[in-house]
Every structure is written in C-alpha cells, then in structure tokens.
Design a protein around this ligand. Structure first.
Ligand code: PA5
Length: 435
C-alpha cells in the first residue's frame, strides 16, 4: 500500500502512547463487532466488504452508461442529498480543476441539485440547462426524500420539454432501492436504467456503490483506481492488529482518548482548497454516526491558510475545546515556483526558488507548532498525493475508523434517528397528508 500514516507526536504528553494503549482493547472489540457483525447496526455493514465484494457486471454496465451519457452531455445533473451526493462531490471536487466550470474539457461538468430547496438556485440551474446538453442521475436510497424528489420533478419536466419524453428517458439514470420507494416506482414505470443501493449500505457509507461511482465515472475519473485504493486500505484495516500498523485503529483510539479528556470538537484541517468537500463528506460521516445520546465529537473543518485569517485567533486563543486532524498531502500534482523580481519591492525574494508546496508545508508546520503551544492537541494524517487511488484509501480509512470510533464511544454508528425530527415538522407545516 502507498504511504499513509496517522502521526500522534503532537498529542499532549499525558495523552500519549500510554493512553492510546489503554483504549486499545476497546478498539479491538469494536473491530470484532465490525467484522463479526454482532453489535447494534449490524444490518448496515455491507460497506466493510464493498471494495472486494461488488457486482462486477453492474460495475461494467455503470462504466458503459457513463460513457454513453458523456458522449451526449455537456452537463450532468446529480440529484441527491446527504449520503446520496457528498461522496461523489468530494471525489470530483478533489480531482477537477478549481476553475472547471469556466474552463470546460471534453468530459461533462457535474452540477448538483436536490441538496437544497433554495428557489433561486433552481431558477439559475434551469437557465443553465436551457443552454446546455445534459443528462441526469437521480439518487435516493429511500426514494422518498423531499429535497431530491422536488428537484427531480423540476429537472425531469425541463428535460422532457427540451428533448421529448423518449429522449429524456435515455438521459436519466435512477439509483435507488431494489424494491421500494417512490423513485423505484417512477424508474420502473418510466423504464429508466436503474442501479441498486444495497440494503446493507447506509447513505453516508455508500460512495463506493453506484451512488458515488456513476457520477465519478461520468466526470471522467478512474473508478477502478478508486476501488483499488479502497481495497488496499481494507486489507490493512482488517488484517493489521497494532496501532502502529493500522491507521484506522490509531485514529479511532486517539479521537476517543481526546474525547474522554474533555475535547468536544474535532477540526479536519487541510491546506488544499480542493479538499473542502472531503471535509463536508467527513463531517456527515462522523457527525451522523457519532452524534447520539448527547455524545460525540462535533466535526468541524478549516482550510489553511485561508481560515487562519478568520478562525486562527479563536483556535489559538479561544475556549480550549478542540483538537485538530491535519491532513497533509505530500506532493502536489503540479508545480508553480515563486518568480524572481529584481526590485523586490514586496520583500518576498527570500521565497524565490521555493515551490508553493514548500511554502504551504511551512505554513502547516508553523500552524501545528502554534496550535500545539496554544493547547490544541494535533493529529497528523499524511498521504502521498491526491488522486483516485489515494481518495479510495481515504474513503475506506475514514469509514472503517468511523465504525471503530463509534462503537468505542458506545453508540450505534449506523443509524440516524435524529435526522427525522425536522422532517416531521416540515411535513406538518406543509400540510402533507398524515402529518
Ligand atoms: O446518511 C444518510 O442516511 C443520509 O444523509 C441520507 O443519505 C440522506 O438523508 C438522503 O437519503 P436518501 O438517499 O434516502 O434520499
């Protein structure tokens, strides 16, 4: 497996190796629960074996559908919310140019819907869809979630008006439950190509199913490499038994030790702006898995150096309630040197010859030193680079560690009873029959 390391050298001395080893038996027990399926939530463990145990015929069909739709689409509308869109968005935004919406290549550009009810968002989207050829993936495990259902109704009506009912049918793919839900019924009646979200994989663990893979393939990225990275990480997470060899066990142990010491907030910190959706996906994964029974670290994120100029003061000097997990990517995909300037009026000639990555790395190391001295425990997560393979590693690592961490915390990491509360109120306020 490629270099992938969780470093604990910046934890306070009273929470070092000894504390990590004290929690190790609980993490091992949690691992047993994940592998034997003998604890709460055991009907949602399908993701554990996904990188090895997936439908190869469906995987090939998915790549063929992605190619077929790419050939006739400039835009691809991905409709979904929460676990039904964040995984795909994380991978796509990590890999595409930050300016992809303005500098379009051969592959379709992905736009999102169903994750918001903002009215202006939809009128702006429809204006865009008037101009561009597009196709649609509508994704909902339950098939009954209001936001994507409303978005799909709006986009489907536009698509049918633009292309006619028959061609619209050729431009829609539905990803949903195998048997039930309104989306399943629509897809069967309209004859849309359909992909199934396995019963035993919850939304936030579903990026390595068609939920994530179809949009990622449509955007032109290598889903084989993504699965390979996940497969290699799975082997390490499952086979290695020590904290030093198993990064997921180390991460789960460290965050539980810190939580028990009084830390309330974990901030995932990255120095690369294209990883902001990795943080959004991670927030859902950990927040929805652990935030139960009035327990759990609150997941938050920072992008440095950007947020050091807004949140830096609080982290350095505000209430002591947080830890940081610094995601350090060692190699950039490209290099931009600082050019020389004879006059040196800006006074930065001392940086000439250094790459931006060297400067960014110094900013990260400087931040770590400052925050540690300000009383913030810091974990470092070090990866070689960002590509499909490493993103596959990261996905599986964070998922497996989340299962370990949730069981160690003493909650069922695989349900989300709290998500229902707002829906009941919304339905009552909207006058939905039965509410
Ligand atoms: O992780 C989860 O379960 C949620 O975030 C769901 O993914 C989200 O609510 C969307 O649900 P559905 O796919 O059923 O539309």
């Amino acid at each position: 497996m490629e270099h992938f390391n969780v470093k604990t050298g910046h934890l306070p001395s009273n929470l070092g190796q000894e504390s990590l080893y004290q929690v190790l038996p609980e993490v091992k027990k949690a691992k047993e629960h994940l592998l034997k399926g003998d604890a709460a939530g055991n009907d949602f463990l399908g993701w554990v074996n996904l990188p090895e145990d997936y439908d190869h015929e469906e995987f090939c069909r998915l790549k063929a559908d992605a190619q077929r739709l790419s050939a006739k689409s400039k835009l691809f509308v991905v409709i979904g919310i929460g676990g039904s869109y964040l995984g795909a968005r994380m991978v796509i935004e990590a890999l595409q140019s930050e300016f992809a919406s303005m500098v379009r290549g051969e592959k379709p550009y992905i736009v999102y819907a169903g994750h918001t009810l903002g009215e202006d968002y939809y009128s702006q989207l429809l204006t865009l869809l008037d101009r561009e050829d597009y196709s649609v993936a509508v994704i909902s495990k339950s098939g009954t979630t209001t936001e994507p259902a409303v978005a799909f109704r709006i986009v489907k009506a536009h698509l049918e008006k633009k292309y006619g009912k028959e061609e619209a049918r050729q431009r829609i793919v539905a990803i949903t439950d195998a048997r039930k839900g309104a989306l399943h019924t629509i897809a069967v009646q309209e004859g849309y190509p359909m992909y199934v979200i396995p019963d035993n994989v919850g939304g936030r663990f579903s990026v390595l199913t068609p939920v994530g893979l179809l949009p990622i393939a449509m955007a032109g990225y290598d889903v084989d490499q993504l699965m390979q990275g996940a497969r290699d990480m799975r082997k390490v997470c499952i086979e290695k038994e020590t904290l030093e060899e198993n990064p997921a066990m180390m991460y789960a142990a460290a965050r539980n030790v810190l939580y028990r010491s009084g830390v309330k907030v974990e901030m995932l910190v990255s120095a690369l702006p294209n990883l902001r959706y990795l943080a959004e996906w991670w927030k859902q994964l950990y927040g929805e898995s652990e935030g139960k029974e009035h327990k759990g670290l609150l997941p938050h994120s920072l992008s440095i150096t950007t947020d050091l100029h807004s949140m830096g003061q609080y982290v350095q000097d505000g209430e002591r309630l947080m830890m940081e997990t610094m995601l350090h990517v060692k190699q950039p995909a490209t290099h931009v040197p600082v050019p020389t300037d004879e006059k040196n009026l800006d006074g930065i000639n001392y940086l000439v010859g250094k790459s931006l990555t060297e400067i960014n790395d110094c900013a990260m190391q400087g931040t770590i030193e400052a925050h540690v001295s300000g009383g913030v425990p810091v974990l470092e997560l070090e990866v070689e680079r960002i590509d499909e393979y490493v993103l596959g590693q990261l996905i599986y690592f964070f998922e497996f560690a989340c299962g370990l961490s949730g069981y160690t915390l003493g909650v069922n990491p695989f349900d989300q009873p709290g998500v229902e509360a707002y829906k009941k109120n919304m339905f009552r306020l909207l006058g939905k029959p039965g509410f």
